[in-house]
Design a protein around this ligand. Structure first.
Ligand SMILES: [Zn+2]
Length: 103
């Protein structure tokens, strides 16, 4: 993930931290990915769910998401407990039923 071995300078001489295939970030900005945010280990790509959950078993759905099945899942989650300020619900992944594993 984050590696300081690949730091380089941008055009103005600022240090950019290499963050894998996502490009570069200005120094001092850290990314917390969803695995870190959820406190779960990184999934094994051989066995992880091929759906939207990327091996976590849950999918973040925003209030603005109008695509199905995400809209329905969001509405169901909202009916149980209203989303917080950012309007996001973490819904159970419909591809793996929340296991995070390939079927
Ligand atoms: Zn899944």
């Amino acid at each position: 993930m984050n590696s300081n071995n690949f730091n380089r300078r941008d055009d103005e001489g600022g240090i950019l931290n290499h963050i894998g295939n996502q490009g570069f970030l200005p120094e001092g900005i850290e990314i917390t990915d969803r695995y870190q945010a959820l406190g779960i280990p990184y999934p094994d790509v051989e066995t992880m769910c091929e759906g939207q959950c990327e091996g976590t078993g849950v999918v973040p759905v925003s209030a603005e998401d109008r695509e199905e099945p995400w809209r329905s899942l969001w509405l169901a989650a909202e009916a149980k407990k209203p989303a917080g300020k950012n309007g996001t619900h973490y819904v159970m992944c419909p591809d793996c039923d929340g296991t995070g594993k390939k079927k």
